[in-house]
Write a protein that binds this ligand. Structure first.
Ligand SMILES: [Fe+2]
Length: 168
């Protein structure tokens, strides 16, 4: 894991000082490589929490510019509907997730815009403030995704997701 994670962190580190558009491309290229490399996450970072999807911090940038996490989804688990305070990139690492997208809120209610299967290797990037969605594991097995967030490790609980209470 050390080698693969160090490479991912180094590629993201090099990407985050670019302008927004090339930064997004470079972060996704790093995630493409990381999700294509066969199982390098150690067992403790692939562990399911049966109560809720499990977030494991893999790397926090010492300068507080980004964090890398694995999220482990047991079958049937899902995120709340949320937007993002910071930019975030997602690569599906194992299994298949289902992403439901929503349009901008109208009177505080996000509007359903579509659902897409996200098999291993799927990549997505949302700029800060953009992209309202819910991620769910509707498959029969465990799924794992790798996430890069544009905040330091101390802020991942408070400065990543903007939870939306109601969705149409
Ligand atoms: Fe998200």
């Amino acid at each position: 894991m050390q080698q693969e994670l160090a490479r991912l962190a180094a590629l993201v580190d090099a990407a985050v000082d670019h302008d927004a558009e090339s930064m997004g491309r470079a972060v996704l290229a790093a995630l493409r490589e990381a999700t294509a490399t066969p199982v390098w996450l150690p067992l403790e970072r692939r562990r399911v929490n049966h109560e809720n999807y499990a977030r494991h911090l893999l790397h926090g940038d010492p300068r507080g510019r980004f964090s890398i996490l694995s999220i482990v989804w047991d079958h049937g688990q899902q995120s709340p509907v949320h937007g993002h305070h910071c930019w975030c990139a997602v690569g599906v690492y194992l299994g298949t997730l289902t992403e439901t997208r929503y349009r901008e809120e109208v009177a505080g209610v996000p509007l359903f815009a579509g659902t897409k299967a996200r098999p291993a290797g799927s990549l997505s990037f949302d700029a800060a403030g953009a992209g309202i969605h819910r991620i769910a594991n509707e498959s029969g097995g465990v799924a794992i995704s790798l996430h890069v967030y544009g905040v330091g490790a101390s802020e991942i609980s408070t400065r990543v997701n903007r939870i939306l209470a109601h969705a149409a």
